[in-house]
Design a protein around this ligand. Structure first.
Ligand code: CA2
Length: 149
């Protein structure tokens, strides 16, 4: 199993730190990427970090992830609550999936309480802001260690 992690970010996460700091904080997605990459390196992992506003692009990335990666960290943004296409892709991707949300989706509007991604995720980390990505990298490292021959 390759020790490479793919981190996928969904719609509007490119706006982090630039709008609505009251909900999502002042950290940008680049700041989060830097912190997650640093932790991955410390754990002997490589990490690839991507963001798209397009559901189809995210599906394409999930479909090809197994060729080069050993685990998937996903913050699908609002598609978490709506996308059966992403659920289907994740179900068949052959990799362990860790779901991340910056906010605690269960303390927010009822329409955010359900996530399709959760149905196929090994675990879910939510409510810890950008630090959730670092926690997810640590969880991925444990899972990859467990799978090692
Ligand atoms: O808490 C999370 O990580 C979310 O996935 C963030 C999504 C939201 O739709 C989910 O329910 C929970 C929103 C993405 C960020 O949207 C922004 C919009 C404007 C300014 C900054 C970020």
């Amino acid at each position: 199993m390759t020790r490479s992690i793919l981190v996928l970010n969904g719609p509007n996460l490119n706006l982090l730190g630039k709008r609505e700091p009251g909900i999502y904080g002042r950290e940008t997605l680049s700041d989060i990427e830097a912190a997650a990459t640093k932790r991955a390196r410390e754990l002997g992992l490589t990490l690839e970090f991507r963001q798209s506003n397009s559901e189809g692009q995210l599906v394409d990335w999930v479909q090809s992830a197994e060729q080069t990666h050993g685990a998937l960290i996903v913050n699908a943004g609002a598609y978490s609550h709506t996308s059966i296409a992403l659920l289907d892709a994740l179900r068949g991707c052959g990799l362990p999936v860790i779901e991340v949300h910056l906010s605690n989706i269960f303390r927010r509007e009822a329409y955010r309480h359900h996530s399709y991604v959760s149905e196929v995720a090994q675990g879910v980390i939510c409510g810890f802001g950008g630090r959730g990505y670092v926690l997810a990298v640590e969880a991925a490292a444990v899972m990859l260690d467990d799978q090692a021959p």
